[in-house]
Design a protein around this ligand. Structure first.
Ligand SMILES: [Zn+2]
Length: 157
């Protein structure tokens, strides 16, 4: 745990030197590796405001009415991180069915943090992705997946 804390502090100081925003090869904007990143390295944190699920539902409707891009990350059944108004660049990381990053919840100073780790070595210039793990739903509001991976399941939900 002490080691995680140290690695987290280092990442918070250095993450801007690891990643850059750019036009995505998948959709809209994306986040790219500025330099080679080692497997298991902490890359960045998904920063935002921790809110309850009920608040999330209300905000989603409000943002949709204002045509705002919605950036949320579900921590568990109770809590969501809302990065729409106060996020960092991590909110631009796209989904892939064959991702090079994974997300993990770590406890820092008794607060849950969403940390993005490399799940394999990443070369400078590669787009960063993780699996959004949306629930598979039988709905009309299917979101197509454009990740381009050979194993792509074609839909994000
Ligand atoms: Zn895909």
């Amino acid at each position: 745990q002490a080691q995680i804390y140290t690695r987290y502090k280092t990442m918070k100081n250095e993450w801007r030197s690891y990643v850059a925003l750019g036009r995505s090869g998948i959709a809209g904007f994306g986040l790219y590796a500025k330099k080679d990143i080692n497997m298991n390295q902490m890359v960045t944190e998904y920063v935002g405001e921790i809110i309850r699920s009920e608040v999330c539902e209300i905000r989603e409707k409000k943002y949709a009415q204002k045509n705002k891009g919605i950036y949320m990350f579900r921590i568990d059944s109770e809590f969501v991180i809302d990065a729409t108004m106060c996020g960092n660049m991590a909110r631009y990381i796209n989904h892939s069915c064959d991702p090079n990053c994974v997300t993990q919840i770590v406890n820092i100073d008794n607060t849950k943090k969403i940390v993005i780790f490399a799940n394999r070595p990443i070369r400078a210039g590669e787009e960063l992705t993780y699996d959004y793990q949306f629930e598979l739903e039988d709905t009309k509001d299917k979101i197509p997946c454009l990740c381009g991976a050979p194993n792509c399941v074609k839909w994000m939900n």
